[in-house]
Structures are given as C-alpha cells and as structure tokens.
Design a protein around this ligand. Structure first.
Ligand SMILES: [Zn+2]
Length: 333
C-alpha cells in the first residue's frame, strides 16, 4: 500500500523539486500521433481492467479475504463488527472503469518511468502485463494504491487530483506507480527481491513463528504477503534477529485516517509471541535509514526507496544516500 499524498509531501521534505523534463517534449508537441508513438515505447507491459474484470478479481480473491482480522475488517468497513462478505461486497462496489484521459495519464507516467529504467540501465524483468484496476480506494482505507499478484489498484480521486494539478504532479504520479511496481517486481522475482532487500540490510528467510495473539494484531496489507525477511535489531543492549510487522495500534475510530494507526513493531525470532515498539529498539533507523517515514514493513520501506531511486536517481539530497546508491547498483546489474 502507499498512503495517499505521502508521495508529494515526502518529495518536498527531501528537497526534491518537481521536475518534468522528461515529459516536456511530449507536452510541447501538438502532434498527437508523435505522442502516441513515444508512449508505445514503454517497456512496462500493461493493460487496464474494466469494471467487470475488477469485480471478478475481488470475487475470486479468497486468500486475502479469508485472512483478514476483525480490526482489518472494522477499519475497512468503518464500523465495529464488520464481516468478510460485507467487505467483499463493498469492495466490488468501489470498482470503476478508467476514462481514456486517465489511461493516457498513466501511460505517460509509465513512459517516463521506462525512460528512467533505461537511464539507470535496468532491464525490466516482468514478462507479464501489469493490470491496472481503478477503485475509489474506500475498500482499502483510502490508500493511494495497492497490489495483488501483477495487479495494481489505483484510487480514482488521487489520479484525477494529480491529473488536474498538471506538470507539478507528474513526479507524484510517477512515485506512486514506481512504488507499486516495486511491490509487483518484488513479489514476482525472488532473486531481484533478495538483492533489493540487501539495500536496507535485510535478508530473505522464513517468517517467525508468530503466536496467534500476535497474528491478530498484524494488519493485512496486500503488498506484504509474508514477513519472511530479517535483519538485526538491538533491544536491551542485545542485537538479535528480527522482522518488522505492521500493527493496527487501535481499533476503528470514527472519522480518523486508518494509516495514522498503522505502526511498525519488531518481532524477534526467539520471542515470536512478543511485539516490541520501535521506541525500545535502539538502532531501528540505523537499519532502515531516514529517506522515508513509511516504514511499516521492510517491503514498504524498500518500495519507497525504490520510487525515489527511480524518479530522482542519486541527485537528490537524501538523508541516507547509500540506500539509493545500492538500489541503483542492483538495478543496473
Ligand atoms: Zn506499498
């Protein structure tokens, strides 16, 4: 998942001025045919699901729906005591068709990202199409976007908002897409995932054997299917093998934005029945760096660093530039 507006906000925090250089030739061209030709060069194979296909996807997605916790359901349905089928029916009602203008806007963004992949020397590894689905995002707590398999779900209000804001928001759109593309690549290519995770000092392995109590606290996130990765964190002066899980700190609260209550905790492999708040971990940010505040899981921290690497390269003034350099090196190999 990507929290809405984080893209633009963080870009400004990092001192990254919006730069639309890559698209300038497209925007300045009055020749529509030329624009279409350039767009066709996107290396990111993709297509757009219509409403019926999006609805069918929710209908068959049993794995996800059957594993949601009560807190997951409550926050998504915005009431206490919600159930799985209710949410699934609700999700189906949120699906929409893309307009031609939205498709063009996403095509343009993918072209810019493709161009960046070229400049980085990244050989895009996915041999199947990414399928875009448009929803209101209400089914996933008003996230900016999220993914399943090779599907990227995008929010109507975000796309249309960025679209209206014009060139200044090209980067924000590119950032959201790069973030979600990172999840799709990470899920579909374990070798690539393993290499990327090393940029934030993580290795792939097994999940800790979470106790049932811990499991009920963990937020279900379509982008993080498993917590099967670890690094070393220090608690009480001892460095131990652990992973970072996302937890809903509170049950549903009316009128509140769910992402405010999604908090990272560390679970150590030798204590899989306990969650440690990051205030008890002395080196949490030494592990993850400080390029992003969206560190609810290694996968999310990685996807955020990936989007910065893709959209801004190593030119921006990052607090943790070594992570970006590492990602760019892995991408160019
Ligand atoms: Zn994400």
């Amino acid at each position: 998942m990507a929290a809405k507006i984080i893209a633009a906000v963080l870009a400004f925090q990092l001192g990254l001025a919006p730069c639309a250089a890559n698209i300038a030739t497209y925007s300045n061209s009055a020749d529509t045919a030329a624009v279409q030709t350039d767009i066709a060069q996107s290396v990111i194979g993709h297509r757009y699901a219509d409403k019926a296909e999006g609805i069918a996807y929710f209908e068959k997605n049993d794995t996800y729906y059957n594993n949601l916790s009560q807190r997951d359901l409550n926050w998504r349905m915005k009431r206490i005591g919600a159930n799985t089928e209710e949410l699934r029916e609700y999700a189906k009602k949120q699906v929409m068709d893309f307009t031609d203008e939205e498709k063009q806007y996403i095509d343009n963004s993918l072209s810019r990202i493709s161009q960046r992949f070229d400049e980085i020397g990244f050989k895009y590894p996915l041999d199947k199409d990414i399928v875009f689905v448009k929803t209101t995002m209400s089914e996933e707590m008003d996230a900016g976007g999220y993914t399943f398999e090779n599907y990227i779900f995008l929010g109507e209000s975000m796309i249309d908002d960025y679209l209206k804001k014009g060139e200044d928001y090209f980067n924000a759109m590119d950032e959201i897409l790069a973030h979600e593309i990172c999840h799709v690549l990470s899920r579909n290519d374990r070798d690539f995932r393993a290499k990327l995770y090393k940029s934030i000092g993580f290795e792939l392995g097994d999940e800790p054997e979470f106790s049932d109590e811990v499991k009920t606290k963990i937020l279900s996130n379509p982008d993080v299917e498993k917590y099967d990765c670890y690094s070393y964190f220090t608690v009480d002066g001892k460095k131990k093998k652990g992973t970072v899980v996302s937890v809903f700190d509170e049950d549903y609260k009316e009128g509140e934005y769910a992402f405010k209550y999604i908090v990272p905790y560390v679970v150590f492999y030798d204590e899989p029945d306990k969650i440690y708040p990051i205030s008890e971990i002395s080196d949490f940010y030494d592990v993850f760096g400080k390029n992003t505040e969206y560190i609810i899981a290694a996968e999310e921290c990685l996807a955020d660093n990936f989007r910065f690497a893709v959209v801004y390269g190593d030119k921006a003034n990052y607090p943790s530039p070594e992570i970006i350099k590492y990602i760019l090196k892995v991408m160019s190999e």
